[in-house]
Write a protein that binds this ligand. Structure first.
Ligand code: DAH
Length: 350
């Protein structure tokens, strides 16, 4: 019959042998429970028999037991450390990044040419004290037309055909429409405040029309309005001169010619000398040497009266321009429809 000492050595041999085959932490835990587990582990089972041995045998067996226990413990600790190291190495190689691979270029977006132009226009006027406001794209007939001296039967309405919307409650202001220009904001701003007024209104406008190279049904405008005591046509000219030179270069020449807009009196169209040919005549300016860039004029007394301003005390000027047209002239863009066709080949040039 084998002694307890023999059995201890036998368990040690098997345990160490098996430990050598343990390949991962789960198997290691299994091993620990099998040999060292407090309740049914093989080693603790043997140790339970120690106290019952005769003294002589117990002394020898006790020594062996201590040796085997610490041998298993240190073998276990070592194995565990080795497995953990292997695990880390494995993860590192699995998650390795090849830092020598060339990167993928991040696609950075840019500002739309209309947005850029709007911002430049705003920056040109800002030092002259114009603040920026925006208004509704769906507008009352009243603000878009009536309050601007364009009653229902006025022929000027032909120039501003638009889309009409059903409206439940018209507040006495007649039907709703998609605004055809930013000029209605002149009226809204003046209704909401007393002079002095100095505002710039960028925004989207709508026209019901057949599109072609110079006509879109959705585009932008920038409106300007300045009202105070003693504002004259000289202020209009000075302000717009300053704008033109900031925007298009310091030696720009400017031309004003009479034009008609129902809400101004007198009305003008403003042109700058063509930057393609410097006034000599070319394709861009249609051989005229001039580029028309905006409409302007002195605010009509009827408009002032309608918002409750006394035209004998207050006068003002207004102007309106299209940023797409300005961008087209500057960059030699030949078709306004490029702007909103979502063609990246076009847009990425800006
Ligand atoms: N609202 C006009 C249009 O859409 C442009 C315009 C002309 C605006 C003269 C003005 C102005 O403020 O004074 O054609």
């Amino acid at each position: 019959m084998s002694t307890l000492t023999d059995e201890l050595i036998d368990v040690e041999t098997r345990a160490l042998e098996e430990l050598g085959r343990v390949a991962d932490v789960d198997a290691l835990e299994q091993w620990r429970v099998t040999y060292q587990g407090r309740r049914h582990g093989r080693l603790p089972n043997l140790l339970e028999r120690l106290p019952a041995l005769p003294v002589e045998e117990r002394r020898e067996a006790g020594r062996q037991a201590n040796r085997v226990r610490s041998a298993l413990e240190s073998a276990y600790t070592e194995r565990r450390a080795a497995l953990e190291r292997a695990h880390v190495t494995q993860r590192l190689s699995a998650e390795a990044i090849d830092v020598t691979l060339p990167g993928r270029r991040a696609h950075s977006g840019g500002l739309h040419p209309t947005t850029r132009t709007l911002r430049e226009i705003i920056e040109a006027f800002r030092p002259m004290g114009f603040r920026v406001v925006e208004g509704p794209e769906v507008e009352w007939d009243y603000y878009n037309f009536e309050a601007l001296n364009i009653p229902a039967d006025h022929p000027a309405r032909d120039q501003w055909d638009t889309l009409w919307l059903d409206s439940e409650d018209d507040e006495g202001k007649r039907p709703l429409l998609l605004r055809t220009h930013t000029s209605p904001m002149q009226v809204r701003v003046m209704e909401a405040q007393q002079p002095p007024v100095r505002v710039l209104v960028p925004g989207r406008v709508f026209r019901h029309e057949a599109t072609d190279a110079s006509h879109e049904s959705v585009f932008f405008q920038v409106e300007g309005l300045a009202v105070d005591r003693g504002v004259t046509f000289a202020d209009l000219k000075g302000t717009l001169y300053t704008f033109a030179r900031r925007m298009f270069g310091p030696d720009r020449r400017v031309r004003f010619r009479c034009d008609f807009f129902p809400f101004v009196e007198p009305g003008v169209d403003m042109a700058i000398d063509c930057f393609g040919c410097r006034g000599a005549g070319c394709r861009t300016c249609g051989q005229s040497g001039w580029l028309e860039i905006m409409g302007a004029g002195m605010v009509h007394p009827g408009v002032l009266k309608r918002v409750g301003y006394d035209p004998d005390i207050y006068t003002g000027f207004a102007f309106g321009m299209g940023p797409e047209r300005i961008a087209m002239l500057r960059h030699g863009i030949d078709d306004i429809r490029h702007f909103y066709a979502n063609d990246l080949g076009f847009l990425e040039q800006f």
